[in-house]
Design a protein around this ligand. Structure first.
Ligand code: CP
Length: 361
């Protein structure tokens, strides 16, 4: 059974096929209006969402399918203490495919072990957001015409920004990618991501502290919100919340064909005046999200019918240490749900939690 938990669950070829299918759907929308007739999508959202949940809903409706689910876990039996594992064992009786957003990192991975139907990670804590990555890739393809040979600046909350983590993973498989990380010290990319980037010979990266110093170099500027809900310490949030603001003055130093992306929602990190700049692509990016989710739902349902195996070994086919370490991350699903503590041994000898990628102590 194929799931999408991490962007690298799809090979580069599979990713590009889904992006190409989304482009075909855009060009021939009517041809797909019954592509998923008779199928049901369950949207299980344990955390707030506007774009992801509604674009999944709209995507399934445009494919001729139906949608069930919840947008507030308190209105489901989760509020009575039901586990993710039991919830999806129930949902599989009612639906053909699941899109799950959860505040706990690794929750969709647990769901995929028990569901028996395809599970799509619609965002897990500050860990990953692979369908936003597909959205970003489709937008980059439509706006820039390529995935390789570009300089991309990631700005803002790189620590908790799951969209940043997933897009860097996906782009690191292409050649000629230069990543510039623009963040305050407190919001640097997590260590596991920095180590992965250091080990990747195809990708170059550097860290800077201001947007201004790199603006003229960028082909893509990926802005992010400082995520108040992820901070355990409110004073720390107050210190960094206004770190970076993109305004028309800063846009003057950017290339004429640079594009600005943002997964949204935004707070104050892009001023409203930038919206009128043709390089501001973030609302076009939102619409792409629906088309690429149509392509993904259609593909995963087809693969489920064919019983198609993974082309790369997925997480649970790899060598694991079971219950030898305890994950130290309080945001990990393994801190609250009764699951095996699974750790993967990395090439450098360290062990990382299978659910959230935190290093074992
Ligand atoms: N980009 C994104 O995930 O937006 P929502 O939180 O509104 O789904």
């Amino acid at each position: 059974m194929r799931h999408l938990i991490d962007p690298t669950d799809l090979t580069v070829e599979e990713t590009e096929r889904i992006v190409a299918l989304a482009e075909d759907i855009i060009a021939h929308r009517a041809a797909y209006s019954e592509a998923c007739k008779g199928k049901k999508l369950a949207t299980l959202f344990y955390e707030p969402s506007t774009r992801t949940r509604l674009s999944f809903t709209s995507a399934m409706m445009e494919l001729g399918g139906q949608v069930i689910g919840f947008s507030d876990a308190n209105s489901s039996s989760v509020s009575k203490g039901e586990t993710v594992a039991d919830t999806v064992r129930v949902i599989r009786c009612f639906a053909d495919i699941i899109a799950m957003r959860h505040f706990k990192e690794g929750a969709p991975l647990v769901a995929s072990q028990y569901a028996g139907i395809p599970v799509i990670n619609a965002g897990d804590g500050s860990h990953a957001h692979p369908t936003q990555t597909l959205t970003d890739l489709l937008t980059i393809k439509r706006e820039k015409g390529r995935f390789d040979n570009m300089t991309i600046g990631f700005c803002g909350d790189l620590k908790f920004g799951r969209t940043v983590h997933s897009l860097i993973k996906a782009l690191s498989r292409y050649s000629g990618i230069e990543v510039i990380l623009i963040s305050p010290e407190e919001l640097r990319l997590p260590d596991y991501m920095l180590q992965e980037m250091q080990a990747n010979s195809r990708l170059t990266f550097r860290e800077v502290r201001t947007m201004e110093e790199v603006m003229p170099e960028l082909d893509v500027l990926y802005m992010t919100r400082v995520q108040k809900e992820r901070f355990l310490d409110e004073e720390e949030f107050d210190r960094v919340k206004n770190s970076f603001v993109l305004d028309p003055e800063k846009m003057k130093n950017a290339k004429p064909d640079m594009i600005v992306l943002h997964p949204l929602p935004r707070v104050n990190e892009i001023t409203r005046a930038v919206d009128n700049d043709p390089r501001a692509a973030y609302f076009r990016q939102v619409e792409n999200g629906k088309f690429v989710r149509m392509a993904l739902i259609y593909t995963l349902l087809q693969w489920a019918d064919e019983n198609r195996p993974y082309e790369r070994t997925p997480v649970f086919g790899e060598e694991y240490l079971v219950n030898e370490h305890v994950c130290p991350n309080r945001r990990c699903i393994s801190s609250t749900e009764d699951v095996d503590q699974l750790f993967r041994r990395m090439p450098d000898g360290t062990c990382r939690c299978a659910y959230c990628e935190t290093k074992a102590r």
